[in-house]
Design a protein around this ligand. Structure first.
Ligand SMILES: Nc1ncnc2c1ncn2[C@@H]1O[C@H](COP(=O)(O)OP(=O)(O)OP(=O)(O)O)[C@@H](O)[C@H]1O
Ligand SMILES: CC(=O)N[C@H]1[C@@H]2OC[C@@H](O2)[C@@H](O)[C@@H]1O[C@H](C)C(=O)O
Length: 410
């Protein structure tokens, strides 16, 4: 800017006008694997100098819980035998309506008018994720299903909507997940610290940002269950609760070493990268087996919650020890997602990582929001998609090349 001002007034004015043009607003909608509701973030995006990193500012954030019957229907459709075409079709449209309402409400909260918003990014609700190669007649038929019709969101809001991000990465042989590392690289990378960005949503996933890295050096993977097992056992053993609020139940229980050792033998934890997982592995059937074990071995309800909380922390620690530590020594782990609000889980995570020299912090510890992070990421991915710019990291997902992820409904 200084250079422009010194050289000529006109250039300065041109540049200022350009700066104003380069400010745009985007909405991100995220409904994650824990099915707790719809996260909606409104962000302001400014282009970085000379094509550098974009700078963003969060203008609004809202979480709208799903109505109980909608949540129930989503859980029902996780079972492919129940997910008939008519039920999936209906829910796809209904979620589109609910997402449009969530977007409009967040826009209202931000003080913007809908016509000022350039794009809505909508992740959709994952109801099935099958990322591993499946060869048939010489074709690879891996697939992933996110519902919440983008055409409905665009029609109700009058704003172009980018949805269904994952399939384009799979079309290039990738896992279609995780997507967020692309934006984490843009927003969090540092020149002298190696950072681990750990999301603890339904599933746990980590992104490794080596100090001063190039995009090709970033890697990421799903570490295993996030809150999925904790929520699963709590909701079955403590009627009326859907989560272990504040980690209270786990803090009153005792970790059962035998069960912990049995569970940590799950082969996902040693599966090589790239890898991603979901409810197909750590969902209802897994929770049924945990409850059967509890009955057989006379474990208390609280001990089971403490044990799956410890398993969750252990799997994140194991991800670091097995896949990251041999290549990079991390300085800090910044935890995001709802698991940040469970101090028992965070305490156990500190037990895993702090002896290895990795400081464990939550987004709140660094002045950001653990809740809003993924919705903000989806808004930024949509901003790239609508501009036709690649928004994937093939080194992370295992795809053969980067692609513009997302389908646009005008
Ligand atoms: N106050 C709290 N105490 C304990 N746990 C909490 C609290 N708030 C949220 N959580 C946990 O966080 C979960 C929601 O996390 P989040 O919204 O990050 O998941 P998600 O985005 O649906 O999942 P994913 O990132 O895997 O797609 C809840 O289901 C609950 O287990
Ligand atoms: C298929 C799917 O919905 N995966 C989610 C899930 O939740 C966390 C983890 O598993 C991650 O792989 C992904 O979400 C985030 C937004 C991602 O793609 O980065």
């Amino acid at each position: 800017m200084n250079e422009n001002r010194n050289k000529s007034g006109k250039r300065y004015h041109d540049k200022a006008a350009q700066d104003i043009r380069d400010i745009r607003y985007a909405v991100g909608l995220m409904s994650g694997t824990s099915v707790d509701g719809i996260d909606a973030a409104v962000i302001e995006i400014r282009e970085g100098e000379e094509g550098g990193q974009p700078r963003i500012r969060q203008l609004a954030f809202e979480n709208t819980p799903y109505p109980a019957d909608v949540r129930e229907e989503i859980f029902a459709l996780f079972d492919p035998a129940i997910a008939t075409v008519d039920r999936v079709g209906r829910l796809n449209v209904l979620l589109g309506e609910l997402y449009a309402e969530a977007a409009l409400s967040a826009i209202l909260q931000s003080g913007l008018k809908p016509e000022e918003v350039a794009v809505i990014g909508s992740h959709g609700q994952t109801i099935y994720h099958a990322p591993d190669p499946y060869l048939s007649k010489g074709y690879d038929l891996r697939y992933t299903v996110q519902i919440g019709e983008g055409a409905v969101i665009a029609a109700r809001t009058g704003i172009p909507c980018v949805s269904d991000f994952r399939v384009a990465d799979m079309a290039w042989g990738g896992q279609g997940a995780p997507l967020v590392p692309f934006t984490e690289y843009l927003l969090y990378k540092e020149s002298d610290r190696t950072l681990l960005l750990q999301n603890i949503g339904g599933i746990g996933n980590v992104t490794v940002l080596p100090a001063a890295s190039a995009p090709e050096e970033v890697y990421a993977f799903d570490t295993g269950p996030g809150n999925m097992l904790i929520d699963g056992v709590v909701s079955r053993l403590f009627p009326g609760l859907s989560m272990d609020i504040g980690g209270k139940i786990a803090s009153e229980g005792r970790v059962d070493p035998e069960l912990l050792s049995l569970l940590s033998g799950e082969s996902y934890y040693t599966q090589p990268l790239p890898k991603s997982t979901g409810r197909e592995l750590f969902g209802a059937a897994y929770v049924d087996r945990l409850l059967a074990y509890r009955e057989e071995h006379g474990l208390s309800e609280r001990d089971l919650v403490a044990t799956v909380t410890r398993l969750t922390a252990w799997s994140i620690g194991e991800g670091y020890r097995r896949f990251i530590m041999p290549k990079h020594t991390a300085n800090a782990m910044i935890v995001g997602g709802g698991g940040s609000y469970n101090p028992t889980l965070i305490g156990m995570l500190k037990d895993e990582l702090e002896p290895l020299g990795v400081q464990v912090l939550t987004h709140e510890d660094i002045g950001l929001s653990s809740d809003a992070k993924e919705a903000v990421a989806i808004a930024l991915l949509a901003d790239y998609a609508i501009a036709g710019k690649p928004n994937s990291l093939p080194g992370v997902t295992g795809a053969r090349q980067a692609a513009v992820l997302g389908k646009i409904s005008y």
